[in-house]
Design a protein around this ligand. Structure first.
Ligand code: SAM
Length: 351
């Protein structure tokens, strides 16, 4: 029943989740290819070129990231380049995609993905050329352009649906139990998620939002009461006692003592961290024994390689991982994770 409730929220917001996944592939693929095309990469590969020659032409480093871009392009079912006796050329049989036709066949509720891909794809070139760009710098570059873009996206129905699904996946006892407890929200972003969590919990839970990006925290701090009003004009009163606290920090090094909270929540966050396993260890450390760890994290293979490459354009982002890794990292903390749906809704009781 809990599982059905969780699925229902996700299907209602994006239609068939698997179909949406394929459409996302195409959007992120388009922006990776467009970044290379703008450099003249495919024009250059009209002649056969050796790997080293290509790196020298475009100033790419011979790192893992560059190799993975080449491998992804080569092994894609629609491979835009081919390899032959140590050289690469464009594949004349696979034309470069056009964003207009991709969007025309994509559910409009997913068009925000194009905005996300476009605004993050600038970093791909930096990463290929080993100009080290970290998460905070990426999010705050160009007058906080990525912070602003994400702030809009975090307001879309899919983000909200995933949050609802996380709560739907709890038992009703757990939902009741959470009221009057202390909850840490890890990777709280611009506070939109915080406002929704606050409302799900009737304004009765003490929430501490943590995020490493100062621009995100400023939006959360400045706008929280407005966000509450926007989300539910009839919300319970916001008081000094139930007002969330926002604090700068990374999931991989939470600035709190052991057992400081009764519960933790995260969504769309672990792939941005440098070390998701460490982030899980930290959540387990700050949540007291018997407390609840819940939230969501999409994993492979439901997340496509191109989105992964876009996220990993940040030097300190791990990117997406496999369901098995997620289960293993919790198991290493002695916890058996209950995990559901391609959106990776989870709940686990801390030991
Ligand atoms: C896609 S946003 C999601 C925000 C929020 N969880 C939501 O769903 O509305 C990803 C968030 O993860 C944050 N983030 C990035 N690296 C992080 C880290 N090491 N620890 C915690 N949060 C991180 C980003 O700053 C950003 O706010």
């Amino acid at each position: 029943m809990r599982l059905l409730r969780a699925y229902w929220h996700i299907f209602k917001s994006v239609g068939g989740a698997m179909k949406a996944g394929r459409q996302n592939d195409l959007i992120f693929r388009y922006f990776v290819l467009e970044t290379l095309d703008n450099l003249g990469f495919f024009e250059y590969l009209k002649q056969p070129r050796a790997y080293g020659e290509i790196l020298a032409e475009f100033g790419f480093s011979d790192g893992e990231y560059t190799q993975e871009i080449f491998n992804t392009l080569l092994h894609d079912s629609d491979n835009v380049i081919v390899q032959n006796i140590g050289t690469y050329t464009v594949n004349p049989e696979v034309p470069l995609p056009e964003i207009e036709s991709i969007l025309a066949s994509t559910d409009s509720r997913l068009h925000f993905m194009s905005q996300m891909a476009e605004s993050l794809s600038d970093n791909i070139l930096d990463r290929l050329q080993e100009n080290d760009i970290g998460v905070t710098e990426i999010f705050e570059r160009d007058d906080h352009s990525v912070v602003k873009m994400f702030d809009g996206i975090m307001d879309t129905s899919i983000y909200s649906a995933v949050r609802k699904a996380c709560f739907a996946y709890l038992t009703s006892e757990e939902r009741r139990w959470l009221r009057d407890k202390k909850l840490i929200e890890i990777g709280c972003g611009s506070g939109r998620e915080t406002a929704e969590i606050w409302l799900h919990l009737g304004g009765e839970t003490s929430i501490t939002g943590v995020d490493p990006v100062p621009g995100m925290l400023k939006l959360a701090q400045d706008n929280f009461s407005e966000l509450l009003k926007e989300t539910d004009p009839t919300h319970p009163p916001l008081t000094v006692k139930n007002k969330p606290v926002f604090k700068e920090g990374s999931a991989t090094q939470l600035p709190f003592d052991d057992n400081s909270f009764d519960a933790s929540f995260w969504a769309f966050m672990l792939h941005w961290t440098a070390d998701p396993k460490m982030a899980i260890r930290e959540a387990v450390r700050v949540v007291r024994p018997g407390g609840l760890i819940f939230g969501s994290q999409a994993f492979k293979p439901y997340v496509n390689q191109y989105l992964d490459l876009v996220v990993r354009s940040s030097r300190n982002s791990f990117g997406f991982f496999w369901r098995e890794e997620y289960i293993k990292w919790f198991a290493e903390e002695g916890l058996e994770i209950d995990i559901a749906t391609p959106a990776g809704i989870i709940r686990v009781t801390n030991k």
